[in-house]
Design a binder for this molecule. Structure first.
Ligand code: HEM
Length: 473
């Protein structure tokens, strides 16, 4: 309590563990949504020793992410992320200050601006052809495609082409497995619950703790694989200083030479790691959910296929320029992001005492904006548990962080910088898969019976990978 302002309401914490018993389990997003129905859209809990404020309505989200954005713009740093001091270099975890600003500016101007995205469209189109080629090969042998994994590999190569102008994974030859596996290991370790995050005192007993576990994967990705790619480029630049290649690595190295304050060698490597970690699993698990939902409902599958056939023509790969003419496809992608946001909570922190919505939020509180709950709020969404792309026909709610009823990419100054790329890729991957093949579930399962069980980790993925057999049209 401060003055006449109190902490938001919440369940009574137990000694030591606080409210961990209220949320522990494999579905913490659902446990927190249930608690919010009792305690309201702004509630407080103790997660071990950490005061946590959970925001579960669009109105309160708008207050903290738009009106008081700066006060809520830091992030809690999980202990794992301190391995190799990643938090001191990472655009995802740096506080909103000059270093973070210059990294965001480099990303926005040189990788994600609409001009840059237009100019690099052909590279991504090639990766779509690789994905469809891979599915075609599976269709000839009758093999199933692990949709999430195929999309994960596609995203890795798509990013590696934008950054390094090369593929780092070859799904046909199963080479480049190391790169893919290391990115996956980093993701998996970062998603594991870690008691040191709830009980900072534990860090005194074992200061390295989880960092040892994740550290070796960070080390491999940062100091061996990414460093190797950067070294290789520096060598090429030495040999031919007037080389004409302009990819994101080249831009970062040029910027670093002109203004070492803006970005240095360490930041370049950590930024590459950030992009592979933030941009791959988020996009591939959303695509997997979209395929599951479409396969479960034949009327959605047929409607999407007939839109694609009418507008683009059957068996054609979808280009980014086509997306504007495919409104139903866009509705499917938005509905997937509403039902299955890969990032169920925005994780923020306040660095000072703050007052918001009449409550007191003490310095260093963790703040969770409950994206999943907001997207399932029955006050906004009729029949929220049903997958219904049609709801977006006449609805002017978008996913880009301006409409607080649906914020799968976050909002405010920390909004996801890769959102336009992610939306474009979700539409082109889904559209191309649907337009090139019919799909059936592997084994004896009827597509309509595919389950929607979730696995809570670094992303909210499907519990079992979707294995689907492509049938040539
Ligand atoms: C479906 C795909 C994606 C989803 C749902 C998603 C979602 C998010 C969310 C919720 C945040 C936190 C925003 C906040 O706190 O307000 C975020 C941050 C971020 N995302 Fe994405 N993202 C996706 C794809 C991508 C891609 C493709 C990239 C880049 C290649 C990317 C790069 C980043 C980065 C660098 C941040 C940290 C931004 C910062 O803290 O300043 N994301 N994303």
């Amino acid at each position: 309590k401060r003055g006449n302002k109190k902490l938001p309401p919440g369940p009574i914490p137990l000694p030591l563990i606080g409210n961990l018993h209220n949320i522990i389990g494999d579905q913490p997003h659902k446990s927190l949504a249930r608690l919010a129905q009792i305690y309201g859209p702004m509630m407080s809990l103790r997660m071990g020793q950490i005061t946590t404020v959970v925001i579960s309505s669009s109105a309160v989200a708008k207050q903290v992410l738009q009106k008081q954005d700066l006060a809520f713009s830091s992030r809690t740093i999980p202990d794992a992320i301190r391995a190799h001091n990643h938090h001191q270099f990472s655009v995802v975890f740096l506080p909103v200050a000059s270093r973070w600003r210059s990294l965001r500016k480099i990303l926005n101007s040189n990788l994600f601006s609409s001009n840059k995205l237009d100019a690099t469209q052909h590279l991504r189109s090639q990766k779509m052809q690789d994905l469809i080629g891979y599915c075609r090969k599976c269709s000839q042998t009758g093999e199933s495609v692990n949709i999430g994994q195929a999309a994960f590999e596609t995203m890795i190569n798509l990013l590696s082409n934008a950054i390094f102008s090369k593929d780092v994974v070859d799904p046909y030859a199963n080479s480049g497995k190391e790169f893919k596996d290391v990115v996956w290991n980093v993701l998996e370790e970062s998603g594991k619950p870690n008691f040191a995050d709830f009980f900072p005192l534990l860090k005194r007993i074992d200061p390295q703790g989880i960092r040892r576990r994740i550290g070796k994967h960070f080390d491999k990705l940062l100091h061996q694989i990414i460093k190797g790619l950067v070294d290789e480029r520096l060598e090429q630049r030495r040999k031919s200083p007037n080389g004409s290649r302009i990819d994101f690595l080249q831009v970062m190295l040029n910027t670093s030479e002109e203004d070492p304050q803006a970005i240095d060698r360490n930041h370049i490597q950590h930024l590459c790691l950030d992009l592979f970690v933030a941009g791959t699993d988020t996009t591939s698990s959303t695509l997997e959910w979209a395929m599951v939902e479409v396969m479960r409902k034949p009327y959605i599958m047929n409607k999407a296929k007939s839109e694609l056939a009418d507008v683009i023509g059957k068996c054609t790969i979808i280009e980014e320029a086509d997306i504007g003419r495919l409104p139903y496809l866009q509705c499917i992608v938005k509905e997937t992001l509403r039902m299955h946001p890969p990032v169920p909570f925005l994780i923020r922190k306040v660095d000072q005492d703050v007052e918001a919505c009449g409550y007191f939020v003490p310095k260093d509180s963790q703040v969770l904006v409950h994206v999943w709950s907001i997207g399932h709020d029955p006050a906004t969404w009729e029949d929220p548990l049903t997958f219904k792309p049609e709801r977006f026909w006449d609805l002017k709610i978008d996913v880009r962080g301006h409409d607080f009823e649906l914020i799968p990419f976050g909002a405010g100054r920390r909004v996801c910088p890769g959102l336009n790329l992610a939306i474009a890729k979700l539409c082109t991957m889904l559209g191309s898969l649907l337009n090139s093949f019919d799909w059936k579930a592997e084994g004896d399962i009827a597509a309509q019976d595919l389950d929607v069980e979730e696995k809570f980790g670094i992303t909210l993925a499907r519990l079992r990978p979707l294995l689907a057999v492509p049938i040539p049209l």
